[in-house]
Design a protein around this ligand. Structure first.
Ligand SMILES: [Zn+2]
Length: 386
């Protein structure tokens, strides 16, 4: 996967290779040969002589900064520490306090980073097409938006050997378990959410995503627990002939301290990769801690932060932090040669019209999955800073 080490902002001899304007015919250019003219410079308080360019096809102008993840940001240096803080268990307000900025600034940067992570993850999947070489362990990570009356699972397919997170797919579902009459009354009065296929729909979309990665002629092996939604999704999926579902039921476990049964050990071994990811998510994200007041208010924002965490898990975090030289999941798959720093993750801007997004991701990117209970659901409808 070709990815520059030096951030765009620091490249003295930067030359654009396509037009950043989505309406221009040169926007989707993948081959070299893009024609532009130099168009002077501009300076900001933080950086001098930022080169400007003019597209020879659409005559619009743009600058080197248009190609940086920090475009249009008044404090571009906040991006890195906010990204690091989000996956280090801090909530927005704590990050804002340590960086001396407004909590809203952190929320907006978090959304920007989430969108960048969605595109980067899609980019990685493009490079992994027809190269999948391992069983995939799959489960839903359970959390909620705004109130526990609005639970949702997030489908997390993880490589059994590489521990690479292949994707994320939300599955809103109804509240399970017993519900006292007062709570039931409140539940009925809540506005309805779009369920988008619940677990079955979400699992079907994950199968679509994984089939793109499957090596031609090979079967796709998916390990999961005994959730009823998974075989149901498989039965109605057009790719059911080439997908093999290996199900491991969650055995009944004795009181704490009692030895694990053979079935329990077998299940834990088979689903280790996804169990580990879920532990990392609960441990590293303030949103998903138990009994927290930092819980997610909106499914969109929760997904943005989960995508950022997936990118961190795949490219930045080593498989073992005890062994200094351990590889990252992306290195294990041969996607990258070294561990990426946050600086490298944010070294260039990605454009949504130049990357094919799988499943529901094109709707998550502009925040089209809203939380109906909340009056304000900010969409990403910027014209230029998309
Ligand atoms: Zn153009």
């Amino acid at each position: 996967m070709h990815w520059p080490k030096t951030p765009v902002e620091h490249r003295a001899r930067f030359q654009p290779s396509f037009c950043p304007w989505p309406a221009c015919t040169e926007h989707r250019r993948a081959q070299p040969g893009y024609r532009f003219r130099r168009h002077g410079f501009f300076s900001t308080a933080q950086r001098r002589r930022i080169p400007r360019f003019r597209c020879r096809t659409c005559s619009r102008t743009f600058s080197r900064q248009t190609f940086a993840v920090s475009y249009y940001r008044k404090r571009p240096r906040l991006l890195l520490p906010v990204a690091a803080g989000l996956v280090a268990g801090s909530a927005l307000r704590q990050i804002a306090r340590s960086l001396d900025c407004a909590p809203n600034t952190v929320a907006r940067i978090s959304a920007r980073l989430g969108r960048h992570a969605i595109l980067l993850q899609a980019c990685a999947l493009e490079h992994l097409e027809e190269r999948l070489n391992e069983p995939v362990v799959f489960d839903h990570f359970e959390t909620f938006e705004y109130t526990q009356d609005y639970p949702f699972g997030v489908g997390t397919p993880v490589g059994a050997l590489s521990w690479f997170v292949y994707g994320l797919d939300p599955a809103p579902h109804n509240r399970a378990g017993r519900c006292p009459p007062a709570q039931r009354k409140r539940l009925i009065s809540r506005p309805k959410r779009a369920m988008r296929g619940r677990y079955t729909g979400s699992t079907g979309r994950v199968f679509d995503l994984l089939l793109r990665l499957r090596r031609p002629g090979r079967r796709l092996i998916v390990r999961c627990d005994a959730h009823r939604g998974y075989p149901r999704a498989l039965a109605s999926h057009p790719g059911r002939g080439v997908i093999r579902l290996q199900r491991y039921a969650n055995p009944i476990r004795g009181p704490g301290g009692s030895p694990r049964s053979r079935e329990a050990m077998e299940r834990d071994r088979a689903l280790f990769a996804v169990d580990l990811l879920h532990k990392i998510l609960r441990h590293s994200l303030a949103h998903h801690r138990r009994e927290t007041i930092a819980f997610a208010r909106r499914i969109n924002a929760a997904l943005e932060r989960l995508f950022l965490t997936a990118v961190w898990r795949n490219f930045v975090k080593r498989r073992s932090e005890r062994k200094g030289r351990a590889s990252t999941p992306a290195m294990f798959l041969g996607l990258t040669e070294a561990r990426w720093s946050w600086k490298q993750v944010l070294s260039r801007r990605l454009f949504p019209d130049r990357i094919a997004l799988p499943g529901e991701w094109p709707l998550l990117y502009p925040r089209a999955w809203t939380t109906p209970l909340l009056a304000a659901n900010a969409r990403d409808n910027s014209i230029r800073a998309f």
